[in-house]
Design a protein around this ligand. Structure first.
Ligand SMILES: [Zn+2]
Length: 249
């Protein structure tokens, strides 16, 4: 049987049977990989601590005819801040759910692996809503399905000042092209700057990011509507986020 050694983040877990778990890993080497971990929910299983969502791990898998199996897993980094804080947990789940839904198994995507490993510590210590939105925006950019936030999708002109934006047309629309565009909505300069800042964000930079909260909400609502339209269905983590907002006021 072929054995694979991988470095990965745990993207998703689903329990099955008495003590088993299907674990979706995003690996550095092979992209997204799904594998079964038998007995891992038993407290004495050597796999039990490592195979939790958001963990950065190294693992050994064996390839099977139908499913792969995780034989060994060791924690490289565990982000306890994400499991102890509901808001951080919800926003980290949002980024992970988008990556999971938008990727196909076994397509190596080193940029996505690097993005997840850089975003995890930031989600654990800074504003999680901002960190998750930056992560999701940058991920959509590397996936090649991003909206064009800076140039008019019709004439290519660089935007200067308020404009419009269209999900159907794939991004910003300048005032000269507005009659040719479908389903336009306002795209104020402040919203464009928010997206440009997010796309250009360097995860190693420790300077505090501050966005006006109304602007941030506008960016979040708009971006999530776009992600929904791409995925053709709802995101569970968004329901989770809204439920927490309802609790905290
Ligand atoms: Zn134009």
């Amino acid at each position: 049987m072929e054995t694979l050694t991988v470095e990965a983040v745990v993207l998703k877990t689903d329990d099955f049977g008495d003590a088993n778990r299907v674990v979706t890993l995003f690996t550095r080497e092979y992209g997204k990989v799904e594998a079964n971990a038998y007995g891992c929910r038993r407290t004495r299983s050597p796999l039990s601590g490592a195979l939790q969502m958001f963990n950065h791990i190294s693992a050994e898998l064996t390839r099977g005819a139908k499913v792969d199996t995780i034989r060994e897993a060791d924690i490289i980094h565990f982000y306890d801040a994400l499991t102890n804080d509901l808001e951080r947990l919800a926003y980290a789940s949002l980024l992970f759910e988008i990556v999971n839904r938008m990727t196909l198994p076994r397509q190596s995507e080193r940029e996505t692996f690097d993005l997840l490993t850089k975003a995890l510590p930031v989600l654990g210590k800074r504003n999680p809503k901002i960190a998750a939105l930056i992560g999701a925006c940058q991920f959509m950019e590397t996936s090649g399905v991003q909206l064009n936030f800076s140039r008019c999708v019709h004439c290519g002109a660089e935007l200067d000042g308020d404009a419009a934006i269209s999900l159907l047309d794939g991004g910003a629309v300048c005032m000269n092209c507005i009659d040719a565009a479908q389903d336009c909505r306002p795209y104020p300069t402040a919203l464009r700057r928010t997206f440009e800042t997010m796309l250009g964000f360097d995860w190693r930079d420790d300077t505090r990011l501050s966005f006006n909260s109304r602007q941030l909400d506008a960016a979040e609502n708009f971006f999530l509507e776009y992600v929904h339209s791409v995925l053709g269905g709802g995101l569970k983590s968004v329901q989770f986020i809204r439920a927490i907002e309802g609790l905290t006021g």
